[in-house]
Design a protein around this ligand. Structure first.
Ligand code: PMV
Length: 364
């Protein structure tokens, strides 16, 4: 599918109104997306575990206007209250998806959104938030065009979510999702993500992710700025090649359930992401001393316990602790005994690999 396939000519009939709602999860990348080209096109392919607990719920109430408006007409509520500082992000999103949804300015919208995790937890809500919103708009498009193919629905929802926030395109489905063109993955695209289509060993079923909240503050450098700094970065080309080759290696790891190599790839990807930040110009560091304390503790524990616990990081100081479900008891005990002290106010979130977004029917 190309970009053109997502341009909809669907129009709205007078008098249409209603409400749709979706719950969409966050995701954690194993192979990281860092660096992009114009139009939210990733510089390299990425792959992620879809999460289950960390999610955004968004309701979209729509009512056909008597006359289309020059600007987007919407009200925005976050956790029940109007949220003026989220408006610019939504406006940018609507402007980006407008070419693909001819009916967008024919409606007035009320967007009501809330997160399952605290807003000030240092957990990025853009992946879950933008994917939930994209799904709501797709559901509206499907209401206007009920013949829509279900695969097209998912692909376009991912395509639109990507325009809101790159990594959001990986939150539509689960449990493992790939975004970005790669020679070994048939059907892969830079424009939308797809459910990982190859065999995955049962050791990855219900894989656990305990998120240690090391720093709940606002990031000093946004992802947008970080991605941008990959332009002219001295190690960029090498890094992009590395992501391609790690993705090829991961295919065998997933098929065989090779946890030793899984750990090597995943931890190396996390540290490489942060190494790119530290070697860009200007350079910056998003890890905190406690991030490093936790990493060292994980390495010590893994060596002494013969478990397969490992870590990954996103663009921040929090640590995602990954481990198979069969090791849940022993690893959770280790986390409580040795890692919680490094978390802000002792806070952490127990999550696991999930199945993706779903519509909330009849509950709204
Ligand atoms: O989706 P963005 O633009 O916020 O970028 C996300 C980048 C990382 O979380 C660091 C990596 C990834 O692939 O999710």
């Amino acid at each position: 599918m190309t970009e053109k396939d997502f341009m909809s000519k669907t129009v709205a009939k007078d008098g249409i109104g209603g409400k749709v709602a979706f719950r969409s999860p966050s995701n954690i990348a194993l192979i990281k997306y860092w660096g992009k080209r114009e139009g939210q096109v990733p510089a390299n392919p990425s792959i992620s575990f879809t999460l289950e607990t960390c999610a955004t719920t968004t309701g979209l109430t729509y009512k056909k206007l008597e006359k289309a408006v020059p600007d987007f007409s919407f009200e925005l509520f976050f956790e029940g209250r109007p949220k003026a500082d989220f408006r610019p992000k939504i406006e940018t999103f609507l402007a980006r998806i407008n070419p693909y949804m001819a009916f967008l300015k024919d409606f007035h919208y009320v967007i009501e959104t809330s997160n399952s995790f605290p807003h000030s937890s240092g957990i990025a809500s853009s992946a879950s938030g933008m994917s939930a919103l994209a799904l709501c708009f797709m559901e509206l498009e499907r209401t206007l065009d009920p013949t829509m193919d279900p695969d097209f629905f998912k692909a376009k929802a991912s395509f639109l979510a990507r325009l809101g926030s790159g990594s959001a395109c990986r939150s539509i489905e689960g449990p493992i999702v790939q975004w970005g063109q790669h020679k070994d993955t048939e059907g892969s695209s830079d424009y939308f993500a797809l459910q990982y289509p190859y065999p995955v060993h049962e050791v990855f079923n219900n894989y656990q992710d305990t998120i240690l909240l090391v720093d709940k503050g606002q990031k000093q450098v946004s992802s947008t700025v970080g991605h941008d700094l990959m332009h002219g970065h001295p190690f960029a080309e090498q890094r992009f090649k590395q992501a391609h080759s790690n993705l090829s290696r991961l295919k065998e790891v997933f098929a065989k359930g090779d946890l030793d190599n899984f750990i090597k790839i995943v931890e190396s990807e996390a540290l490489t992401l942060h190494a790119m930040m530290m070697t860009s110009m200007p350079y910056f560091i998003l890890m905190k001393p406690n991030t490093l304390e936790i990493i060292n503790k994980i390495w010590e524990f893994r060596a002494s316990s013969n478990t397969h616990v490992c870590f990954t990081l996103d663009a921040g100081a929090n640590v995602h602790v990954l481990y198979p479900e069969s090791e849940k008891e022993i690893v959770l005990q280790f986390i409580k005994d040795e890692l919680i002290v490094y978390c802000e106010n002792g806070h952490y979130i127990c999550d696991q690999i999930g199945q993706g977004a779903f519509e909330l029917k009849g509950t709204v």
